[in-house]
Design a binder for this molecule. Structure first.
Ligand SMILES: Nc1ncnc2c1ncn2[C@@H]1O[C@H](COP(=O)(O)OP(=O)(O)OP(=O)(O)O)[C@@H](O)[C@H]1O
Ligand code: SF4
Ligand SMILES: [Mg+2]
Length: 344
């Protein structure tokens, strides 16, 4: 796998009135070129925090990056100046699909105005034109480039199956359905021809009937264009459907990463195994994971799953386990299927 992005040992805290929230505790993950990686975990485990850290949009001053690196195309995104990230990377080489399509569109401007504004600054032709001598707010949008960008927008609206693209450009966001708005947002994430898309639970806000259509569309378009994608979800079924590889997080720690078929065939971390058992079966039976998700203000030391883990030993309560395994990696002192005989 040729690596496109690598997050290494990332530690992020939030400062809240209740105390320091230890949201990411040494998280590592890699995304290959053209790969769709599912970042899976229950609510509050740190998926959006990781997504925001990669995009360089963690809240200031509430958040604090304590350690780690995010390598992308020769840069460390954690040390690159924020103006450089805004100019060269965010919205251009890395784009974003949020959970709520309505929140990411301006209610006062037509879809066409918003898409052209995006292309003015972020289209591949804008990158090729280089930096304008004009101050950014006064920068001209040459009519030839504008016409080319408009044609690219119409093509893309066709690709994301918006009926009557010309008419859609004249509409305000509230005149479209939730599913259509999310198709527009997907089109806007694809138009700059990025190398990586961060999709943060992009279908959760939609009706269940629409979710599957949007997922299929997103998967088809990223694969067609060989764009990598980090797709966060709390839903294992969604990860199964569209991800090449799955990375599981628990309470701010990455615990397992594997190609999707290997992961679902034989999960190796006690938490992920329980997570799969907690899915409703065809007979309607689901097994809850005993115990509670810990507070991230006073999280358990070592492996954060240890208070709920049947296999925990003393070392689990002291130091976080290192990564082991090849293509199927796990952070556990006693992984399932290992020859220790502790757990099988
Ligand atoms: N601005 C903030 N200030 C303080 N704590 C925060 C802030 N943002 C997030 N957190 C906390 O950080 C932890 C991780 O939150 P995050 O939003 O990354 O989780 P998530 O996995 O995306 O959850 P969800 O599935 O609900 O979207 C949670 O405990 C959350 O309460
Ligand atoms: S065996 Fe130890 S390291 Fe593995 S999940 Fe359980 S508590 Fe964590
Ligand atoms: Mg989230």
């Amino acid at each position: 796998m040729t690596e496109l992005l690598a997050v290494r040992d990332l530690i992020v805290n939030y400062h809240s009135e209740r105390g320091i929230v230890r949201a990411l505790d040494g998280v590592s993950l890699a995304i290959g070129k053209g790969e769709v990686v599912g970042l899976v975990g229950e609510s509050g485990c740190g998926k959006s925090t990781l997504a925001r850290a990669i995009l360089g949009v963690l809240p200031v001053p509430a958040s604090e990056v304590r350690a780690g690196a995010i390598a992308f195309g020769g840069d460390n995104l954690l040390t690159l100046a924020s103006a450089e990230i805004a100019r060269r990377i965010r919205g251009r080489r890395i784009t974003f699909i949020p959970q709520d399509p309505y929140g990411s569109l301006n209610p006062l401007f037509t879809i066409g105005q918003q898409m052209l504004d995006l292309m003015h600054w972020k289209s591949p032709r804008a990158a090729a034109a280089g930096r304008s001598a004009w101050p950014a707010v006064l920068s001209r949008y040459p009519s030839a480039r504008r016409a080319q960008d408009r044609a690219a927008i119409l093509d893309m609206l066709g690709a994301v199956q918006i009926p009557n693209p010309e008419q859609a450009l004249a509409k305000l966001p509230h005149e479209l359905s939730g599913g259509q708005r999310q198709r527009i947002v997907i089109a806007m994430a694809l138009l700059p021809q990025p190398e990586l898309i961060i999709a943060d639970e992009p279908t959760t806000a939609l009706d269940v009937t629409i979710q599957a259509q949007i997922l299929r569309l997103l998967h088809r378009e990223v694969k067609r264009r060989q764009v990598s994608m980090l797709f966060t979800t709390h839903d294992l079924g969604t990860a199964w459907e569209i991800c090449d590889r799955v990375v599981v997080m628990y309470a701010g720690q990455d615990v397992e990463a594997a190609p999707t078929p290997a992961f679902f065939a034989a999960p190796r971390h006690p938490y992920t195994s329980k997570l799969l058992e907690s899915l409703p079966r065809t007979d309607g039976v689901a097994q809850d994971i005993p115990g509670e998700i810990p507070s991230l203000i006073a999280p358990p030391q070592g492996c954060r799953f240890h208070p709920r883990c049947y296999f925990a030993t003393t070392e689990c309560t002291i130091t976080r386990p290192p990564v082991s395994g090849g293509a199927h990696v796990v952070r556990c002192y006693h992984p399932l299927g290992a020859s220790t005989g502790v757990a099988a």
